[in-house]
Design a protein around this ligand. Structure first.
Ligand code: NAP
Length: 183
């Protein structure tokens, strides 16, 4: 069965990018590309990519305008963006409205939710988030693009180290319960 996996890197204080959408603090960190928690080890399980327009445009800019992934990709935007690859689909609205198409495209593989945090929060609220894998970089940013826009209860299932990164994987238990009365 297809799992929805949010796999990303974060500052220790929960930001995906700084306020200027820069990842300089992340890309400057030493990491073993074949080591624990690497994207290379994760990629064979991925049948579909899902991302918001800011992340899409960031990747395109970094790759000189060419889309670097060969799996079907769903880009969420309200704008009329250019599809930069053969199977890049420009979509908008509630994730649930795209569930059938996403899972059809993923086949027996999983969905990589690349971010950002608000879009992944929408997926979580639609019941379309099963696992969170995060590489915590050894920095704090103080401000920036938030990690995840939903309050969730998580179950830690693995924890590894890759140079300065803490690689953690969590199963999503469900929405975080509200506080008990008087708590
Ligand atoms: N640390 C990491 O490993 C990592 C991973 C991923 C991303 N990043 C970075 O983190 C930052 C994330 O930025 P972000 O949180 O602003 O964004 P994002 O999710 O990449 O993009 C936000 C945009 O997605 C569109 N969108 C979101 N939900 C939508 C919906 N339901 N329907 C239609 N469009 C929808 C809107 O675009 P429109 O304005 O076009 O309508 C919205 O402005 C970026 O700088 C990215 O490069 C870092």
């Amino acid at each position: 069965m297809t799992a929805y996996v949010y796999n990303t890197a974060s500052s220790l204080d929960g930001f995906l990018a700084d306020e200027a959408d820069s990842l300089h603090w992340l890309l400057s960190q030493p990491i073993d590309e074949d080591g624990p928690g690497s994207i290379g080890a994760f990629m064979p399980s991925v049948g579909v990519l899902v991302l918001g327009s800011t992340t899409y445009e960031w990747v395109l800019d970094a790759e000189g305008g060419a889309w670097p992934y060969d799996v079907p990709t769903f880009v969420f935007t309200h704008r009329d963006l250019r599809a930069a690859g053969d199977d890049v689909r420009i979509v908008s609205g509630d994730p649930a409205d795209h569930r059938a198409a996403i899972e059809r495209a993923a086949g027996a593989k999983d969905v990589w939710l690349m971010g950002g945090g608000d879009l992944v929060g929408q997926f979580a609220r639609a019941g379309m988030l099963d696992r969170v894998t995060v590489a915590f970089a050894p920095v704090t940013l103080g401000a920036g693009r938030p990690f995840l826009g939903a309050a969730l209860d998580l179950d830690l299932v693995s924890l590894e180290r890759n140079h300065g990164f803490v690689m953690a994987t969590y199963d999503v238990v469900g929405p975080l319960a509200p506080p008990a009365a008087g708590a």
